[in-house]
Design a protein around this ligand. Structure first.
Ligand code: G
Ligand code: G
Ligand code: MN
Ligand code: NA
Length: 254
């Protein structure tokens, strides 16, 4: 496959970049964190999103190499923002299932956070229920090692998986990300916000911060504020932006 050869070259030629989407405090409307989104500046096809190449990377066995690049790049960006004197923000990175299973993951994270210029709690790792439930016992060990490094864990796509509530209580998470479908479904927030509010209450009873994803309207924001949600992420504040644009956003008064 042409794309596969391109991907191998992309890693060597530094064709990947990270874009960042703010995670905003709902009360103070200040940026608390940013989620890193992988982009590929393909020499002929233009800017590609993960949906256009990650499954190919998976088949080619390249997800670990790409994941290691993402973690390194996110931590280097942290360091750059730190050295520029910007106020601290969390940087969240999405882990792939293959990277989460990889035995070198903890070492990779351990080395990357040492060089970040911020304490390790400023790196948040986003994992999904399905990636954790493949082998719960092993996942709990990995999560425990990661927590011992001081990094934070966020459960992505919360509410869309098959994890039982009993199993959810075992996971050492710091945040849950309420999936955009619970925000955007017709009436999900405006008409009958009870279900989304219950997910937020569940997050709190798991001692987690709630981050709502895909927040696009003022009405959704206000309903989330009433439901006690801590942070929102979505087009209402900003889509994912380049590192330079994100630096501008972070430079504005918080
Ligand atoms: O904004 P975008 O369309 O790029 O995001 C598409 C999906 O790709 C999202 O589900 C997001 O979690 C995932 N994604 C974005 N960046 C990364 C990454 O660096 N690694 C992995 N494994 N997934 C990512
Ligand atoms: O990692 P995750 O699967 O949560 O990725 C979120 C995806 O949703 C990314 O592709 C991101 O670009 C996209 N996204 C972010 N904010 C919004 C939003 O407000 N509305 C919509 N429709 N998509 C969003
Ligand atoms: Mn995510
Ligand atoms: Na998500």
């Amino acid at each position: 496959l042409a794309l596969e050869a391109d991907l191998r070259r992309a890693i060597q030629q530094n064709e990947f970049v990270l874009h960042y989407q703010p995670q905003v405090d709902v009360r103070r409307w200040a940026i608390r964190g940013v989620e890193a989104f992988l982009r590929w500046r393909h020499p002929t096809r233009g800017l590609l999103g993960p949906g256009q190449f990650l499954s190919c990377a998976e088949e080619a066995g390249l997800t670990v190499a790409i994941g290691e690049w993402v973690i390194g790049a996110a931590c280097r960006q942290q360091k750059a923002w730190h050295e520029a004197g910007l106020p601290p923000v969390r940087v969240a990175v999405n882990l792939s299932p293959a990277h989460f299973r990889h035995q070198g993951l903890v070492e990779t994270i351990s080395l990357a956070v040492q060089d970040m210029g911020r304490s390790s709690e400023h790196l948040e790792l986003e994992v999904t229920e399905s990636m954790i439930m493949r082998d719960l016992d092993h996942s709990l060990k990995v999560l425990k090692h990661l927590k011992a490094l001081g990094v934070r864990i966020a459960l992505d796509d919360f509410g869309t998986g098959f994890t039982s509530l009993r199993e959810l209580r075992l996971l050492p998470m710091d945040a849950v990300k309420i999936d955009a479908s619970f925000i955007q479904e017709a009436g999900a927030m405006e008409g009958s916000p009870g279900f989304t509010a219950a997910l937020i209450t569940l997050a709190h009873s798991l001692k987690c911060r709630a981050i709502a994803e895909g927040v696009e309207t003022q009405a959704q924001l206000e309903a989330l504020q009433r439901a006690g949600c801590e942070e929102v992420q979505g087009f209402l504040y900003s889509p994912p932006r380049t590192a330079e644009e994100t630096t501008q956003l972070l430079t504005k008064k918080p």
